[in-house]
Each structure stands twice: as C-alpha cells, then as structure tokens.
Design a binder for this molecule. Structure first.
Ligand code: ASP
Length: 469
C-alpha cells in the first residue's frame, strides 16, 4: 500500500495541518448549509469536522471514506469541546462505503431515559453512544491493569470449566443437558470456587482468572440476571491479613493509574466487624463516603468477622435435608475463626468465619475468605448444613483432595461489573456490560432463551412439560 492509501485516525489530524489525509468512519452529524455541508466524522479516536461543497447525499451513521486536506481553523472558530477543535478537513472526495438507514434509537444522548428493552435489542447501536463506548474502554483498561499487576507478582492465569458440576454460592444453578449421558446434566459454575481450591492442592500457589459466574437469581440494579464477571483470586500459605493487603494495594494503585481524578477517602481502608457495621450502619455494606454527592470520592472498607452461619431458610437453595438449620454466610468452604472451633460443636451460630467483604461506596464489590483445609472440619461443616450422605458425596472430591497434602489457602473475588458500576457512578451493572441480559432475562440482540427444536430435544431425551399443556 502506498503512503497516500494509509488511513489517518481522526485524532491524528491535529498533527497533520496542510497534509492530505484519508479518514474512515461514521457520519456523526450533518449540517447542510445549502452549497456548503458540514459533517462530523467519528472513528474510534474521536470526532472531526469536515467541510465540503456539492457533496453526495449521505445519511447519518453511514460509513464513509473522506479524502481531504487538514486545515487550521481561524482563532475565533476553534471548538474547545472536541480534541480536534483546532482543525477541520476540507473534503476533496467523499465515498459512501455503506449507507445507514435511520437508527431505531437516538445515540447522541447519554441514553439513560431510553427503554432498556429497546437499548438491548439494538445494543450494537447503543454501544456507539459516547458514554457506553467509553465504559467499554475503561473496562478493558481496568482488566488489563489487574492482569498485569497480578502477572508481575507471580500469579498464574488459569481457565476452569464452564460445563461442570454444581459449585454452590447460594443461588440456583443453570443446568445443561448431556447428550452423551441422556438424563444427566452439567451445571454452569456459580463461581470457580472448588476448582481454584483444587488448583492450590495442585501446587499453583497463586491463581487468578477473569471468571464468568452463572447464577439463576432475580436481577437487581447491582446484579445482572444470569452471568457476571469476577476477578477470581486464590493464594496458598497466606493469612487473611495478606489477602486484605494484597487487594488494598491492587485497588489503590489501580485507582491512581486509571482514575487519577478520584480520591480514596481513607487509607488504610477502614475495617469493621460485621456486628459493628450492622449496629452502626444497619448494613453489612455501609456507604462510608463523607459527602455522598461527591462523584470523585471512593470509600473503600472491609467488613470482617461475619458469623460463619446464618439461620437456614426455606428459600436457601442448597439446604441440607437433615435436621440441621445452618446455612453458610459466605459459602461452605469458609474457615471458622480458629478461636471459635470449639463452638462448632456447642453453639454453631456463635462461630465467626474468616470471611472478608470488600465494600465500595455502599456496594459489596467483592468477597472471599480463608478456606477450610482440614477434611474433618469440612466434613463437620457439611453436617451442620445438614447434608445427607448423598449430598456429601457431591463434594467428596474436595475431601479426597485434601488428604493428599493441601496447603492452607484463601482468596477473594472482586466483581468486575460491580466495581466498574460503583467507580463510574453508573445506576446499573448493565451499563458496564457489552451485551447484558435484560431485567426479564432476555439476552441482548440474540433474543434467548428460545425454544429448542424437536430433534434437539429428542437427542437429549428431553420432553418439555410446558409444551404438553
Ligand atoms: N467464590 C466466592 C464468590 O464467588 C469468592 C471467594 O470466596 O473467593 O463470592
């Protein structure tokens, strides 16, 4: 390709005054002044104004190629609102590459007031709006920072299976029917909890993964339906203090680098016991901002010393079927506080767990714990939850694994969506996800769930009761 064929990005035009350039992108807006037409051209780097005479007719959002000369704008016409405001392009040639019909939703606004189902149906257009586009870029920057930070400290990124067995985190499982073993089902992981602990038995010592977690629970503003992403971390030979410090340094450095305009209100981060949080703030995720209207204030906090168990309720999805009435506050692999081991027998509700919740501006943006690594303690916790022999069998691989030399271990899993929502001040996690499911569980653009065909069902040996009614 000759030099004249090379594409210039919109943002680069300010450095190319008096040069001929080829720009490619979308028509952001058109202002027709009779003979003279002004076009704002948009690409991934920004927007630039182009001016031409007798241009071919073109619609907004069409994809075009513009050949033209960069010229300096006179002092009085500089547009301070855009990065390329000092220049404009004198259009020599405008070629329409693909024409856009009228968009089914406006994309020049922030989009908050548009019906969510419409935004989701046309998500690939919704993502063109500046706010959403920026959110996607910030998300990528944050994930890259985390990845590099952990890689630099000896952590190993490992993927764990999506088709797996139940990994309970207190929600309902998504099931996937098996064709090879008709009548049997995989469960999608609610988190990689068991795998990451098994990786500690495997001697990895420091693991992380951007893990997709699947939970069939009702959506809320801070919880999308179906799936979300967390930065899943596990470490061997650590104390709870080590985990808290690691997370605190990671997030403090991340904020400094990616969100320099934000101020962390208190360092080191305040630590509250669960009881203190409940008594003082009536919440286990208190919002400790000094001024809740200040969009740049970040109040991180730790909530510790949760009770290991809560009262089991009818809705607890993974309840035991015995006489026991205890449900794990975090999950069933969380270690009891060493000072409270005796109470496991005498008064289980008084046992504290080595759980830590990471709170930011009133949102729980992560949780984790030191894990049980003694098979007999794990077995005792299963009993207290009221697991039957069969239910215990579902987790026998953990008890078995722990008989082959298991290091003490623990971890944490900050939610990527939740963290971004909190730090960007977005009203819902869906604003930081590219293709979220809607509140009613409909996927963006592709419109799932949908019916399976007769032959698919036959292959899976499944009869749909709803179809027979
Ligand atoms: N698996 C836990 C969760 O998803 C996190 C952890 O304990 O590390 O909340």
């Amino acid at each position: 390709m000759g030099k004249t064929d090379t594409r210039t990005l919109v943002a680069e035009t300010v450095e190319k005054v008096d040069e001929n350039v080829i720009l490619k992108g979308w028509i952001d807006s058109i202002r027709d002044h009779g003979k003279i037409t002004f076009i704002d051209l948009r690409d991934r780097s920004g927007i630039v104004q182009c001016v031409g005479q007798d241009l071919p007719s073109v619609t907004s959002e069409s994809v075009v190629e513009i050949q033209g000369k960069v010229s300096k704008r006179p002092e009085g016409l500089i547009n301070k609102n855009i990065k390329t405001g000092t220049v404009e392009i004198q259009v020599g040639k405008l070629e329409v590459i693909t024409k856009a019909q009228e968009l089914p939703l406006p994309i020049s606004s922030d989009g908050y007031s548009i019906d969510e189902n419409i935004r989701n149906k046309w998500r690939y257009l919704d993502l063109r709006r500046t706010r959403m586009n920026t959110n996607m870029k910030v998300r990528s920057k944050v994930a890259n920072f985390m990845r590099n930070w952990l890689n630099d400290r000896d952590f190993v990124e490992i993927e764990t299976p999506i088709l797996t067995k139940t990994t309970p985190e207190g929600a309902r499982d998504f099931l996937v029917p098996s064709r090879l073993q008709p009548g049997n089902f995989y469960a999608l992981p609610q988190s990689p909890q068991q795998y990451k602990q098994l990786l500690m038995v495997a001697g990895i010592e420091r693991y992380y993964q951007f893990a997709r977690c699947f939970r069939d629970e009702d959506p809320r503003a801070d919880r999308a339906y179906g799936e979300f992403t967390q930065l899943d971390i596990e470490m061997s030979f650590v104390t709870q203090e080590d985990i808290l410090q690691m997370a605190e340094i990671l997030f403090t450095e991340l904020v400094k680098k990616i969100f320099p305009e934000k101020k962390i209100s208190k360092s080191p981060w305040p630590r509250l016991s669960h009881r203190e949080a409940m008594e003082k703030y009536r919440s286990d995720k208190p919002d400790l901002r000094k001024n809740k209207n200040d969009k740049d204030e970040l109040a991180f906090a730790w909530v510790l010393d949760f009770p290991l168990f809560t009262e089991q309720s009818e809705e607890d999805y993974f309840h035991g079927s015995g006489v026991a009435k205890f449900a794990p506050s975090h999950h069933m692999f969380t270690a009891p506080h060493p000072d409270d081991i005796e109470l496991l027998e005498k008064d289980p509700m008084k046992v504290r767990g080595l759980q830590h919740d990471l709170v930011l501006n009133g949102y729980e943006v992560g949780g984790g714990s030191i894990r049980i690594h003694q098979p007999e303690v794990q077995s005792k916790v299963f009993d207290l939850i009221g697991f039957t022999k069969d239910q215990k069998k579902q987790f026998s691989h953990m008890l078995n694994a722990f008989t082959y030399g298991v290091p003490p271990h623990g971890g944490i899993a900050p939610g990527l969506d939740r963290f971004l929502m909190a730090i960007l001040g977005e009203p819902s996690v869906r604003e930081v996800m590219a293709f979220p499911t809607s509140a009613s569980g409909q996927t963006a653009v592709l419109d799932a769930p949908s019916k399976a065909t007769e032959s698919q069902l036959k292959e899976l040996a499944i009869k749909v009761a709803a179809d027979e009614e």
